[in-house]
Design a protein. Structure first.
Length: 377
């Protein structure tokens, strides 16, 4: 047995107690995997699809508190209008959809990567578009927002990259998972643009495993939760997944085991994250992780497979820039059950998941992740 496998098995014993699953008060219902078009006058059908999309409206009820909604937008990857208006148009559409919610959402969370190359004009553009949403807004950063000027402009616009607040019986936490990349740029005498260029690539060839929470923020997270009842709901927003999905694309945080150790005593934890640009769902111990789509483009699924609980998206139409992105609604009803409605803007018809890839002539085969094979369930 390798040292890595031995460590994983030890962590499994600590974090994955027999029969442990997330508290049913916020469980996800597994329904047929459908897409619903949004082309008929903006009306939305009652289709359900996997789990969270790029804009999520979420109904939450806890104890005597009434249900409420909040909205999510992320990964707009804006260029200046002189370079590309396609991403701008989709961000404007997303903002309008949130603003037109009736009844209104209690707040909007933006989940990172508002900009593509961290330029001042990109961040200002995103901020101006989102001003059209008149409800409360909270923000966490993405790597594309940060590494041109090391977060100076983002902090000027949106202040702290990590925060917490309580709302109607739920503790909401925003984590910064992007700002602690190892310094690979100083020795190479990179310019800000060169540094940002390496951070903007998916495979992280030069930047390496940059995603992390950091010891200081882990201590802050522990302290932030120290006065919270271990059975009450916690929702954590992060740009990156808080578990090991696919490290070569930084679809993880490198200290995810430490994050899980802090969260292990709490029985009702949901992590909502961006970065992956795809429908994604996983459970570890008492925590569920729900991935979001982007307004910009859909990433493919990792070549080494997806978590076993994920219902994968059918491949999108590469000729339709509004396919693979859209918005969705997630409702927690009075029976403490979460019902999900998922909408892709570009879909011309409703169809169910099948074994066939919708845009290719051969079947798409998903293999178990290497991480799953090494970590026994």
């Amino acid at each position: 047995m390798s040292e890595l496998e031995r460590v994983r098995r030890e962590m499994d014993k600590l974090l994955r107690t027999p029969g442990a699953r997330p508290d049913p008060a916020m469980r996800i219902t597994r329904r047929i995997f459908l897409h619903r078009s949004l082309l008929t006058g903006g009306a939305v059908g009652a289709a359900t699809f996997g789990w969270f999309p790029l804009i999520n409206t979420i109904d939450i009820a806890y104890a005597a508190e009434p249900p409420f909604k909040f909205a999510w937008i992320s990964d707009t990857h804006l260029y200046p209008k002189s370079v590309n208006t396609r991403f701008v148009d989709k961000t404007i559409r997303a903002a309008k959809d949130v603003q037109e919610m009736n009844p209104p959402a209690d707040f909007l969370i933006f989940g990172g990567d508002i900009a593509q190359l961290g330029a001042v004009e990109e961040l200002d553009l995103g901020n101006e578009i989102l001003k059209e949403v008149k409800i409360r807004k909270v923000f966490i950063p993405g790597e594309h927002d940060w590494y041109y000027d090391m977060g100076a402009k983002w902090r000027q616009l949106f202040e702290k990259p990590n925060w917490s607040f309580d709302h109607k019986g739920v503790r909401f936490i925003g984590l910064d998972t992007i700002s602690r990349a190892p310094d690979y740029w100083t020795a190479k005498k990179m310019s800000p643009a060169e540094r940002m260029g390496h951070m903007a690539t998916l495979d992280g060839t030069v930047a390496g495993p940059w995603a992390g929470v950091g010891a200081d923020q882990l201590a802050w997270l522990h302290n932030t939760l120290s006065d919270w009842d271990k059975a009450r709901p916690i929702v954590i927003f992060s740009h990156n997944p808080l578990y090991e999905y696919y490290p070569p694309w930084n679809f993880w945080v490198r200290d995810w085991r430490d994050v899980q150790s802090v969260l292990a005593p709490y029985t009702n934890v949901t992590n909502i994250h961006g970065h992956v640009h795809q429908v994604l769902y996983n459970e570890i111990g008492h925590m569920r992780s729900i991935g979001q789509l982007a307004t910009s483009w859909p990433w493919p699924y990792a070549p080494q497979g997806v978590p076993a609980l994920t219902k994968t998206m059918i491949r999108v139409d590469p000729g339709d820039p509004f396919d693979g992105v859209g918005w969705g609604k997630l409702t927690m009803n009075q029976k403490d059950r979460v019902d999900t409605e998922y909408v892709m803007w570009g879909r011309k018809q409703v169809f169910a998941q099948s074994a066939e890839d919708s845009s290719l002539s051969h079947a798409e085969i998903l293999h178990p992740r290497i991480a799953d094979n090494m970590w026994p369930y």
